[in-house]
Ligand binder design. Structure first.
Ligand code: SDX
Length: 395
């Protein structure tokens, strides 16, 4: 009657799960993919190489990486039938709503990979990985082209992963996208840093859906919906809006810090459920943002200056220090996306493209675990005790 639920073997519900993919130490600000520190991967690896590591557990040999890269490259186009889906979305539809719908619809074009028969879906996993990794980019670019009223641009075989994405976003029939400012490399680093992050809200959603036996397409579509929330993946868009509003108000950030301390505002891009130290990804993205902005001649971008002011002020202020609030992955990432010409409403879509490897790896970890049971969290019941029914005339 009290409704108190403790750990119970029959439910298998401990509120945590076991995984071999990503390790985080929140107190020390440590993040590793399959044991490799994020700092080393950011410096030496690429998004696709780290994707291979996250999904298959080991860094690939050259021939493995070449085969993986070619498989992803060859999966970039979508069935022409999917182009008509875009006709049904009203202009101004949020790209995260479009992406979650399109990823689930994608499964309809691959019935052999979305059977909801665990064994069959596992057998086609490698093919489904290439389909989803490659086409999440294509679908994202198509939703952008639809929003701006432009023809879809087809992928080009000779382009690398991130460059092909920018090509599909910004090329025109008469003028190919020019990556001379090296933004594709910055985007590749952005994707790599977002590739997995333990049991965050969206990844644990993917595991929840996978635990019921649902296929990969349905599971990652649910992950997109969870990521959309402003406290999770939606924060990168909120950070840029916050920096712009601070700039437009003539504040250098100090006034805003006071409003955050009084509870009148949230310092978006700060704080974390796990990191009670600097998010290592924020450190890397902060440097990358400076490099990208300088490469395109924006070294004095006012929003970067405000971000640096906020960071400095917060790191010295007791309110933030006592609550262990540090910059997280979203604090600087929006500056890179803005420099790449990505509209703010697409920032969380970019997070989803980056997080796809983690969702795929976590789906596989659940689906391939023979002992895995359906995730069925219990609750602490706090409603009324048993009551007799009252006929409506007596209420
Ligand atoms: C991501 O889980 C993951 O791994 C997620 C992620 C990933 O890679 O998947 O890392 C990506 O989601 C990063 C987080 C992006 N969200 C934001 O930047 C939104 C702003 N941050 C906050 O909403 C908040 O910090 C959370 C949601 C991120 C974490 O919330 P917590 O740990 O539950 O902290 P809390 O809400 O309990 O706050 C503790 C205190 C409160 O003050 P008091 O009640 O003690 O007086 O800190 C304050 C909060 O008011 N606080 C903030 C703050 N975050 C917390 N005050 C001002 N600004 C903030 N950002």
């Amino acid at each position: 009657e009290s409704g108190y639920i403790s750990y119970d073997e029959s439910y298998g519900n401990t509120g945590s799960c076991q995984s071999e993919i990503t390790f985080i130490n929140g107190e020390k600000g440590i993040l590793r993919y399959r044991g490799y520190p994020i700092e080393d991967l950011a410096e030496h690896s690429s998004f696709l190489e780290s994707t291979y590591l996250i999904i298959y557990g080991e860094l690939p040999t050259q021939s493995q990486l070449d085969a993986f890269r070619n498989k992803v490259r060859d999966s970039a186009e979508v069935h022409v039938g999917m182009e008509h889906h875009f006709d049904g979305f009203p202009t101004g539809s949020h790209p995260m709503a479009i992406l979650s719908a399109m990823l689930n619809s994608l499964g309809c074009y691959y019935p052999e990979m979305s059977t909801n028969n665990r064994q069959q879906d596992l057998e086609s996993f490698d093919d489904a990985v290439a389909v989803l990794l490659s086409k999440v980019r294509t679908l994202a670019a198509m939703s952008y082209r639809m929003q701006v009223g432009k023809h879809f641009i087809y992928p080009k075989h000779k382009l690398r992963y991130s460059e092909n994405f920018l090509h599909m976003m910004f090329s025109d029939p008469y003028q190919d996208y020019d990556d001379s400012s090296g933004l594709a490399h910055a985007l590749d680093l952005f994707f790599l840093l977002h590739a997995d992050h333990e049991q965050n809200c969206s990844t644990s959603t993917v595991r929840m859906v996978a635990s019921g036996g649902a296929n990969l397409f349905a599971s990652v579509s649910a992950g997109v919906c969870a990521l959309w929330g402003p406290l999770h993946g939606g924060a990168n868009q909120a950070v840029i809006r916050m920096l712009q509003e601070i700039h437009d108000s003539g504040d250098d950030g100090r006034r805003f810090i006071e409003s955050a301390k009084s509870g009148d505002a949230k310092l978006m891009g700060f704080g974390h459920r796990v990191y009670k130290n600097y998010d290592p990804r924020a450190r890397i993205l902060g440097k990358a943002a400076e490099k990208v902005l300088s490469a395109i001649g924006y070294e004095d971008d006012p929003l970067l200056n405000i971000a640096r002011n906020l960071e400095q002020a917060a790191l010295e202020d007791d309110y933030f220090v006592e609550r262990k609030l540090y910059p997280n992955v979203d604090f600087y990432s929006g500056l890179i996306l803005k420099a790449a010409g990505i509209p703010p409403e697409f920032f969380t879509v970019m997070f989803a493209i980056g997080r796809m490897p983690g969702w795929l790896a976590n789906w596989h970890e659940v689906a391939s675990d023979e002992k895995a049971r359906i995730h069925r969290p219990r609750q602490v019941y706090q409603g009324p005790g048993v009551r007799d029914y009252v006929p409506i005339e007596n209420r």
